[in-house]
Design a protein around this ligand. Structure first.
Ligand SMILES: *[C@@H]1O[C@H](CO)[C@@H](O)[C@H](O)[C@H]1NC(C)=O
Length: 365
């Protein structure tokens, strides 16, 4: 079913882009043989930002390129997208070995960091505007990248992952599954998680990327308690109280999602009734990254946070950031078109079809 959806997405997208996905084979040291694929729009901004977009288990760079909107927005805003491709059978990421859980440890995380260095050197990318995101196994890897290479990334968004170091293999297994963590039974305090993170890059004293953690309450693959552990982990790093968000915004950034803000660098976003596939909300990512205005991560702590200059929304401005279009009009490609509580348009402009992703969210695909 997922492959059918991705095929549909691919068919819908292929005509729209100014450029195409290209493989880069010589990006630097790559002991685990991770693939590097790049989308560089025809018109690249000067000193472009870079988004590293990391695929889910069973996925590929090509599938994540086709199934998300990063490339479309790259055409509009001139940033570059790197899609790493996992080398492992089953194509999950190695988020369990000591090598990948260590800064410059020679694992998958090291290869992805080398792709970023390549992009900075080769494309003249802005080293202060490098971002990372991913879904599922790619979300786990996003947390791992934030922990092992905090120096590289300004901000991150995580769609259905687990805390960095949660999927560790006690026997040193590479690309190992960890049921304890998946089932939401690996719990620790903020202080304990923070030391797990710090131990991945011993001696590092710089800043860590501003991070948004998305998770569905109906996730049966990586159980919902993982959201709280991710939040505890980064709250420990940023010195926030994971038990006391400073703001809780209902129906934000979409219907049935609740956004808890713990400080300028950390948000936990819980989708009520949403399963393991949290729809990737690229426009929200772009705001968090400061590529578009409307709520850059880290912006209220310093002018340079998250890459932008806008402020985190206040409670009063906080309803939904994706307001329903007037009833009767048709929803555009990618827009929401249904789901519990949805009062906006339920049909899509041609040639798109309103596709139910879960009981709470349908999208024009
Ligand atoms: C699974 O991860 C937890 C930490 O989340 C760790 O304590 C445990 O040893 C791991 N299990 C295996 C079998 O490696």
């Amino acid at each position: 079913m997922l492959s059918v959806l991705l095929a549909l997405l691919h068919a819908g997208l292929a005509f729209a882009l100014t450029s195409s996905l290209q493989q880069v084979t010589n990006f630097g040291s790559n002991p685990t043989n991770v693939g590097m694929y790049v989308y560089k729009p025809t018109t690249v901004a000067s000193k472009p930002a870079v988004i590293v977009a990391i695929h889910y288990c069973t996925g590929t760079a090509q599938a994540y390129f086709s199934g998300t909107q990063y490339a479309q927005y790259a055409d509009t805003y001139g940033f570059i997208v790197i899609y790493p491709s996992s080398p492992w059978s089953g194509t999950c990421w190695d988020v369990s070995s000591k090598a990948t859980l260590t800064h410059n440890g020679g694992g998958d995380s090291n290869a992805i960091a080398n792709m970023v260095a390549y992009a900075i050197n080769t494309y003249g990318a802005d080293s202060s505007r490098i971002f990372v995101t991913g879904s599922s196994s790619g979300a786990m890897m996003t947390n791992v990248m934030a922990a092992t290479y905090p120096n590289l990334f300004k901000a991150a968004t995580v769609y259905s992952g687990v805390a960095a170091g949660c999927f560790v293999s006690s026997s040193g297994g590479v690309d190992a599954w960890n049921s304890t963590c998946a089932q939401g039974q690996s719990t620790a305090t903020s202080a304990q998680w923070a030391s797990v993170v710090r131990n991945m890059y011993p001696g590092y004293t710089g800043s860590y990327p501003a991070i948004q953690e998305y998770h569905g309450t109906a996730d049966t693959t990586l159980l919902p308690p993982n959201l709280a552990e991710e939040v505890k982990e980064w709250a420990g790093i940023f010195g926030y109280n994971a038990a006391a968000p400073t703001q809780v915004l209902q129906n934000n950034p979409a219907n049935s999602y609740t956004k808890s803000i713990y400080g300028p660098n950390l948000q936990g976003i819980s989708g009520a009734g949403v399963g393991h596939t949290v729809p990737v909300m690229v426009p929200e990512d772009l705001k968090w990254f400061g590529i578009t205005p409307g709520g850059a991560g880290g912006s209220s702590s310093s002018a340079s946070g998250g890459g932008g200059t806008t402020t985190v929304k206040s409670t009063t401005a906080a309803s939904s950031t994706t307001p329903a279009p007037p009833t009767g009009s048709q929803a555009a490609h990618w827009d929401q078109c249904g789901g519990q509580g949805w009062t906006g348009a339920t049909s899509c402009v041609a040639p798109y079809t309103c596709t139910s992703l879960n009981p709470y969210y349908s999208q024009c695909l």
